[in-house]
Design a binder for this molecule. Structure first.
Ligand code: 1PX
Length: 211
């Protein structure tokens, strides 16, 4: 991972995460998240409680990827099959498998929906649009529904510290505004596709509400 964030690299990692059979490689999925964490860290300390949580979830998945059962953790599809067949998932309440791959990835999956909604707003925004408003609208439509009151409040405070739209566009390192908008237009269908494939897989296996 290079020091500076680039939207192009996020796009490339999510592109690499899709196999020909439309399965999702966990390795690239979490690489995409690592890039996003680097971006969030560059925005300042107010976001560290958010990035810490993402980092710990990435770590849980990385441990599976390098552990003795790694052959089952190549794609999200193989992980779901393996963990379900071997009773490695707490399905209704937290018990002996509080950190299964399935429940951990579900948290990132829900956050990916936030990202999709936020980037779509950013893509179609105008000069006077506020990033804090775009962020919180996207949040309320997605992740907020899974977060308790206290987290929602803390997230609201963090949103107020977001830099403006111009800074966002600059930090993405993808050229001028028109180029960023074009790249967002290219990235969003990919992110949406990865999201939808995961969503369908989780829905089919009744995993969307894992504790
Ligand atoms: C190109 C620009 C894109 C900006 C990239 C920013 C990436 C943001 C990534 C946010 C990821 C949040 C993951 C949250 C996972 C989660 O829901 N965790 C909760 C549940 O976990 P548990 O193990 O307890 O069941 C956990 O309680 C979460 C705690 C921290 C709060 C998470 C708030 C998420 C707010 C999303 C908006 C981020 C705004 C960043 C601005 C750039």
């Amino acid at each position: 991972m290079a020091d500076t964030f680039s939207l192009q690299r996020v796009l490339e990692t999510f592109r690499s995460s899709l196999s020909e059979k439309k399965e999702v490689y966990i390795k690239y999925y979490i690489a995409g998240w690592q890039e996003l964490v680097a971006f969030m860290n560059s925005l300042g300390n107010v976001f560290s409680f958010i990035s810490k949580d993402v980092v710990s979830k990435i770590q849980i998945l990385e441990n599976f990827l390098s552990g003795e059962n790694r052959s089952h953790y190549v794609t999200i599809q193989s992980m779901v099959k393996y963990e379900l067949e071997n009773d490695l998932v707490d399905l209704t309440k937290r018990g002996s498998h509080p950190e299964s791959g399935c429940r951990t990835l579900l948290r990132l999956h829900r956050a990916l929906r936030w990202l999709e909604l936020f980037l779509e707003r950013l893509r179609t925004s105008t000069e006077d649009s506020k990033t804090s408003v775009m962020c919180s609208e996207a949040y309320n439509e997605s992740l907020a529904q899974h977060h308790p009151w206290l987290i929602r409040k803390a997230v609201g405070v963090a949103f107020c510290a977001l830099p403006g739209r111009d800074t966002f566009f600059d930090v993405m390192n993808a050229g001028d505004h028109t180029q960023v908008v074009a790249l967002l237009g290219e990235s969003l269908p990919l992110i949406a596709e990865v999201y939808q494939i995961t969503e369908d897989l989780y829905a089919k296996n009744n995993l969307l509400e894992l504790p």
